[in-house]
Design a protein around this ligand. Structure first.
Ligand code: AHM
Ligand code: MG
Length: 335
């Protein structure tokens, strides 16, 4: 028994990444090191969140507005800076791009050695921070194709299949990291006494159908008829249950484990929806497809969508295969 638990405790994230890539090639070493840094960012953010109510200067707004017209929270700024800090002088990532920064952030001393770019949403669902509910970080690792001549990351405007790795960190009762390198989806739980993410579940498969539908029904009046019809269908059939936390990572984690569908469709005010492709919807689509699920923007597979700029938004329908297909069939019927 002792040996068993020891064995489990020894499957740390960095070891797992190397096992996944089954090699000690430079690329495997790089990705393992990058994942270790992302995990460090997760630990730092998790520590700060766990003390948020006790410390001055953690909760609330900074008083500024970001490029996307949203009020900036102190935790957004902190978490954004954490990711930059853990990659400085790492020689690993040459560039970071996030929801909180208009343009990519270059780490010149890492270029050109670090050929990778980290795309991330440092705190997703940040309205939950002030009320002590779950939030998450979403990340994706890509390699630019060609050169970024204008410094606006045009080389990153590629479809979601180009992601080398993607995942999220969920700050809930415990801190959970879920990732995929394109070889299945795996979860790790932060053991605070060790300061390590320990393997929890390997090769997670999402059920083909699940009971949960997760969407902000307050937007019903803003949706097009297809999505309204789908919602009416769910209201009129047994076996569905609504869950929506206002934080995508938590809602997705539930769906990954228990099945169901998450929808953030276009609205009158935001025809492209709210969520951004490169650091929100594409990484989650990569994970869900690796877990045997499906992700769509309503028109095509989400992984096929090519962004027009760094902060491009897309509608999102994601989750269990059958549930996503059902939503798509309503969209099809209204064409
Ligand atoms: P954020 O990255 O600015 O926090 O926005 C993304 C969040 C998601 O976590 C969540 O699913 C969605 O916005 C909730 O939006 P709404 O309040 O419109 O339902
Ligand atoms: Mg976000």
């Amino acid at each position: 028994k002792t040996e068993l638990s020891l064995d489990r405790d020894c499957t740390t994230l960095s070891r797992h990444v190397l096992q996944q890539l089954q090699s000690f090639s430079p690329d495997a070493q790089d990705l393992s090191a990058i994942m270790t840094r992302i995990a460090l960012a997760g630990k730092l953010i998790s520590r700060r969140l766990s003390r948020a109510g006790l410390m001055a200067d953690v909760l609330g707004f900074t008083g500024e507005t970001n490029v996307q017209g949203e009020e900036v929270k102190k935790m957004d700024v902190f978490a954004n800076d954490v990711f930059i800090a853990v990659f400085k002088q790492s020689g690993l990532v040459c560039r970071l791009a996030s929801e909180e920064m208009d343009d990519p952030y270059y780490i010149p001393e890492n270029c050109p050695i670090g050929r990778y770019t980290l795309l991330y949403d440092p705190i997703d669902g940040s309205s939950n921070v002030d009320i002590n509910l779950n939030v998450g970080s979403i990340f994706s690792i890509r390699q630019g194709i060609g050169e970024d001549l204008n410094g606006d990351a045009s080389d990153l405007l590629q479809d979601g299949h180009q992601q080398l790795a993607a995942g999220y960190i969920l700050y809930g009762p415990s801190t959970v990291l879920v990732y995929s390198l394109g070889h299945g989806v795996h979860s790790f739980i932060l053991d605070p006494s060790l300061g390590e993410f320990i393997l929890a579940q390997e090769n997670i498969k999402i059920p083909d159908h699940g009971p949960v539908y997760s969407t902000n029904e307050g937007n019903f009046w803003q949706w097009d008829e297809a999505i309204r019809d789908y919602t009416r269908y769910v209201h009129r059939h047994e076996g569905y249950t609504a869950r929506y936390s206002g934080a995508l990572v938590g809602d997705m984690h539930r769906i990954l484990l228990q099945g169901g569908v998450f929808l953030y469709p276009g609205t009158v005010k935001k025809p492209e929806g709210k969520l951004r492709l490169l650091y929100e919807t594409a990484p989650l689509a990569f994970l869900i497809e690796q877990a045997g699920g499906r992700a769509s923007n309503g028109e095509q597979s989400l992984l096929d969508v090519v962004p027009t700029h760094l902060h491009t938004r897309t509608p999102l329908i994601i989750g269990s295969k059958e549930d996503v297909k059902l939503v798509e069939s309503f969209i099809e019927d209204h064409r």
